[in-house]
Design a protein around this ligand. Structure first.
Ligand SMILES: Cc1ncc(COP(=O)(O)O)c(C=O)c1O
Length: 450
């Protein structure tokens, strides 16, 4: 019988996270303090993050050791499988070889556990007793609540209003893991009170709320599920495993690595170890980010300094952005509704080391359903963007007879997103083309720096 799923022995498991900064041809621009417009120092971040995470945020070291306590939790669900999607390939009639790196096997159902566990671990080491955070799709809130329950911390989650309203089970799951959930915008913060109570919310607003409360409470700190360097760093276990698993599958390397991009963390986690191999001349994959057409940060935003949140409480980061007060339409891939993009992903796209494209949600759901019916996995709506792009690439290969090796990040399962699938199946899902005016209006309100 042909092998279609590849794992790793305990001795082959990554012991270190990989820091792409050490290998980049040019250094990424630093975050700036909004008042001085000078690079932020560790002290500026100390109210929000413990010292170990701040050190990782600014580190230039190539490899950073994964603490034993974190590896013990990873061992519950890692390595995640690398699956050759044979049945989907057959359905597509493609000569491409498609390998799916599936993160839906984690306790919380997505890649987010890879960073929630180390983030909570370092906070616990420093005596922090409560973490605040935002969640879009609900996956990050779930992952953080689970990690907090492991290390005995309280967890308070601001869930983007549109997602809170449409996904009651996500809130329940976060509560099962011991977290508390607030609909954002809430009445508990100044950032939230700036909006009507029934506003659909955005990740930018929810971040402002969580940051505002953490900055006020001495026993609390803030945790972010994407965007920052240390979050992307933790996610590199995905790509480190995939590089090794692909070799086990007998492939000499990838020709194309694809991931969906909201804040950029699952994509970076998968792609950066492949980028290391590319920069070292060992492989030559194209790297490709897929974002939603209704929140097209990389494909229609500008590369410049902007705030990470709506209220302007965070440092200024150089990134592709649609403007920090841009509120994307409430598409079902809630985790992709972010106005900006990780500075490291932005930098590699700007340097020409990674490409980006944008897709509408109906095409993504169609691909996800085809994938579910052949491979038996129901993808998260976010992940469906990566699959839809792979579908395009595989059909193009079928035309030419090319045999590319495609590695795609399947960042989470969609078993709690069946409402979204129901909308698609009943023909009620709308694509929301974003007007030039809406983009121009948000860009006009950007801070004038850099
Ligand atoms: C399953 C899943 N995939 C992707 C994302 C997008 O985040 P990122 O780009 O940081 O991976 C999210 C965010 O919530 C998610 O839940």
């Amino acid at each position: 019988m042909e092998q279609v799923s590849y794992t790793l022995d305990a001795s082959e498991q990554p012991t270190h996270w990989y820091n792409i900064v050490a290998d980049l041809p040019t250094p990424p621009p630093p975050p700036l303090h909004p008042a001085t417009q000078q690079p932020v120092g560790p002290d500026d971040l100390a109210a929000l993050f413990p010292p170990e995470l701040i050190a990782q945020e600014v580190s230039g070291e190539r490899y950073i050791e994964i603490p034993d306590a974190v590896r013990e939790v990873y061992a519950q669900y890692r390595p995640s499988p690398l699956i050759r999607a044979r049945r989907w390939e057959e359905k597509l009639g493609t000569s491409a070889r498609i390998y799916v790196k599936y993160e839906g096997v984690s306790p919380a159902g997505s890649h987010k556990t890879n960073t929630s566990v180390p983030q909570v671990y370092y906070n616990a080491l420093n005596g922090v007793t409560r973490l605040t955070t935002e969640t879009g799709a609900g996956q990050w809130g779930t992952a953080l609540a689970y990690a907090c329950s492991l290390f005995g911390l309280g967890c308070e989650v601001w869930q983007v209003g549109a997602s809170f309203d449409s996904k009651p089970q996500r809130r329940t799951l976060i509560e099962v893991f011991g977290g508390t959930v607030h609909r954002s915008p809430s009445r508990m913060t100044e950032a939230g009170k700036a909006f009507a109570e029934d506003h659909p919310g955005s990740l930018g607003i929810a971040i402002s709320e969580a940051v505002e409360l953490a900055a006020q409470a001495p026993e609390a700190k803030y945790a972010l599920g994407s965007v920052l360097n240390h979050v992307l760093l933790h996610q590199t276990v995905i790509g480190e495993e995939a590089v090794r698993q692909l070799a086990k599958a007998g492939e000499s390397g990838a020709d194309l690595v694809v991931g969906c991009a909201g804040g950029g963390s699952n994509l970076a986690g998968l792609a950066f170890p492949f980028l290391r191999e590319k920069l070292a001349g060992n492989q030559s994959p194209r790297l490709l980010a897929v974002e939603p057409s209704s929140c097209p940060t990389l494909t229609r935003g500008e590369y410049r300094y902007d705030f990470g949140d709506t209220a302007g409480l965070t440092p200024l980061m150089k990134m592709y952005t649609l403007g920090h007060d841009f509120v994307p339409s409430p598409i079902h891939a809630g985790g992709l509704r972010y106005h900006g993009m990780a500075p490291l992903i932005s930098h590699v796209v700007h340097e020409g080391l990674m490409e980006a494209t944008a897709l509408h949600q109906n095409e993504c759901f169609a691909a996800a359903i085809e994938f579910a019916r052949t491979q038996g996995i129901v993808p998260a709506p976010e992940s469906s963007h990566a699959l839809a792009q792979v579908r395009r690439e595989a059909l193009a290969a079928a035309e030419t007879g090319a045999e590319p090796v495609i590695v795609v990040g399947l960042s989470g399962h969609g078993l709690l997103e069946l409402g979204a699938y129901d909308s698609y199946l009943s023909g009620h899902l709308e694509d929301d083309p974003l007007s030039e005016d809406a983009v121009a209006a948000a860009m006009a309100r950007l801070p004038q720096i850099g």
